[in-house]
Ligand binder design. Structure first.
Ligand code: SAH
Length: 246
């Protein structure tokens, strides 16, 4: 006799927190799930949509707070699906943008567990949008780059070409960059970015606590510090920030 037929793992991008921003497919998967692994960036209100008896597991990785290791999350996904469950990994934003969704995919594939991804609305794009900042605008910006700011320019662990970014002429979106914001802004100016370039921090986008702090790449770090900005927050740097569509 063989073991139970494996269920599956669905990596669902829940969008940046507002339950209105999950996709129809993502919500359908959530409603069908036997097990849901979620974290603090996911749209928690959507958990009310799960079926009675579904097992809901908080696997948050809160910066400087409660941590669930990635290995633990991968093991939980594989264990539940291998036992036959339909498992949803509910994530904030899009599963394949600067999170560890691709590692979760690989862990399932390596264990022979069927896995698929349902894309989500990434905070990298929706956050600025909800603050009235388009990432491109005719005559101002013809493109954007999204980078991780968990390590800044000058840090040997950063694989980003910050010189190219400073000279790129497009919009720069920084995720995971609250702590490194001073180093990032100073590093970009040192590399040739105009110090008067408009810049903004969007904190807790898509939630009732959303806040937008606007300034320039030169004064944004001090403005954000006085405003007491905490993660989750993202930074947009570029001429489009000066548009202010409010
Ligand atoms: N995969 C996610 C990003 C994961 S990295 C996505 O596509 O959105 C986590 C970072 O995303 C945070 O440090 C923050 O920079 C950003 N982020 C996630 N949710 C956010 C929100 N509601 N408001 C602002 N930034 C957010």
């Amino acid at each position: 006799m063989s073991g139970p037929t494996p269920g599956e793992v669905v990596l669902v991008g829940g969008g940046p927190g507002d339950p209105d921003l999950i996709t129809v497919g993502g919500l359908r998967a959530l409603r069908e799930a036997d097990v849901v692994l979620y974290d603090h960036l996911a749209p928690l209100a959507c958990l009310e949509e799960t079926k009675p008896g579904a097992l809901l597991v908080d696997v948050a990785k809160i910066p400087r707070g409660r941590q669930t290791s990635q290995a633990e999350i991968n093991a939980l996904l594989v264990r539940h699906a291998a036992a036959g469950a339909m498992v949803v990994r509910l994530k904030g934003g899009d599963p394949f943008v600067l999170g560890r969704g691709s590692e979760e995919w690989l862990a399932c594939a390596e264990a022979g567990v069927p896995v698929r991804v349902i894309p989500g609305v990434t905070s990298a794009v929706a956050g600025p949008e909800l603050a009235g900042i388009p990432l491109t605008h005719r005559g101002l910006s013809q493109g954007f780059a999204v980078v991780s700011g968990h390590v800044g320019p000058g840090d040997p662990a950063s694989t980003v070409n910050w010189d190219a970014l400073a000279a790129g002429g497009g919009t720069i979106v920084v995720l995971m960059g609250v702590k490194q914001l001073p180093a990032i802004c100073a590093g970009l100016v040192e590399r040739g970015l105009d110090p008067s370039t408009p810049a903004a921090v969007v904190a807790q986008a898509a939630s009732p606590r959303q806040r937008v702090i606007r300034g320039t790449v030169s004064d944004l770090p001090s403005l954000a510090a006085s405003a007491g900005v905490e993660p989750p927050a993202l930074t947009v740097i570029g001429a489009v920030v000066g548009l202010d569509l409010r």
